[in-house]
Write a protein that binds this ligand. Sequence first.
Ligand code: ZN
Ligand code: ZN
Length: 472
Amino acid sequence: MITLRDITVWDTGETIDLTIPEGVMPDGEYDAAGMTLAPGFADPHVHFRDPGQTYKESMVSGCAAAASGGYTDVLIMPNTVPAMDGETLDDPDAPGAREVLDAGCTDVIDYLQHYEAVHKVDLPVRYDLCVCASKGRAGHEATELDHWRRHMPGQDDAAKDRYQLAHPVTAISDDGSAVTPGILDDVFAMTHESGLYLIEHCEHHDTGAVNDGPVSRKLGVPGIPEDTELRIVERDIAKARETGVHVHFQHVSTAISFDAIRRAKAEGLPITCETAPHYLALCDEALLKYGTLAKMNPPLRSEADRRATIEAIADGTVDMLATDHAPHTLEEKERGFLEAPNGIIGLECAYGVCHTVLVDGGFIPDKRLIELMSVAPMRLMGHEPTDISALLGGRKPETGTVANRVLDLGAIDPTAAAGVGLAVLNTNEAWTVDPERFHSKARNTPFGGWSVTGRPLATIIGPKLVFSRIGR
Ligand SMILES: [Zn+2]
Ligand SMILES: [Zn+2]
């Protein structure tokens, strides 16, 4: 049994003792005074490159990275190889198909749902799946709802095994590209019929490598104008108005897009959005310092856009933070601005970077950051974040005992215990980001060497401690 004494509950400020029946640190009592107990972080936007590109990341390394970053839940984007489009794989020679077929699985959804059984591993975090908007994520034809509908929550659950129940398809996206104009109506109709939500990557350009502006000119690299994002945001807001489909905009990066989203929300449309740590911490000038480690899609924008991103977080236009954890090898990232792949990893430093910029910067309080990283993304993904006070039996009475209440995860109702996802945070700990110590296979981050404050110390899923750096 592991007991964390005198830990503070994130929303009520109550000091409690937390008892965890088993986990990755020696049994005993630990002084957790000054530490914060919060619902685990949830990331609605990760790329684990499995199947197909496991030299970059895998389900095993990606989930380990998530656990070490305080995440209990992630949503896996569908740009795997083959793409996660629900189609049965019949050509074993198609890129990546052999891995799935050799595992005895029929398609990528089937493979990822049964990953733990196939590979005989225990993954430390929970994950849901996001299916492609188009077949092969090629943008030519919408995916067939009838080919993957059965993987949605509540669809013939009695016929599902425990792996299928644990890893449902909960969203639709062609992340990496926006839904193409030719299939837009079909995708919205299919999304509407499914009752799920559409996650949109807002970019329509196919040229340019970095933000269009003084920095792109200085580098001599073709630029990506800011309205590439706005045009998709406006297009999809109009479709949301027309169809009632919930559209969630990924990694929004420009002031003009935030303005459009702000207006759509004021109108009461079913629109939500996320941004990522890099858009609030960096602007395109970072390209001069970090080179392709600062290359992503959408690109890092101007300093004015960075400030507008923070403002949109502070005023509630941004619903949540997502990492867009996008692993690549350093060899790939060293190919120069035109050739290097887009994206950076984020799971293991997101909290520190966001805490430093947003909370230390005085823009939002600690509690709001936890809402943005835990509560809002969990709800988007269709789950309730762990309610610590409810597990304690309600709010602490104003009068009465002065002793700490105890949350014993081994003693609560097993169904409630199974749903638990918690993070232990030190909101004040100063530390230096060291990518060499990441659990991810990848090292592609511009944040290496950054001094940040705010650190995830432990991650608890179900009644089990799955990650801890307490006392280390
Ligand atoms: Zn994207
Ligand atoms: Zn992405």
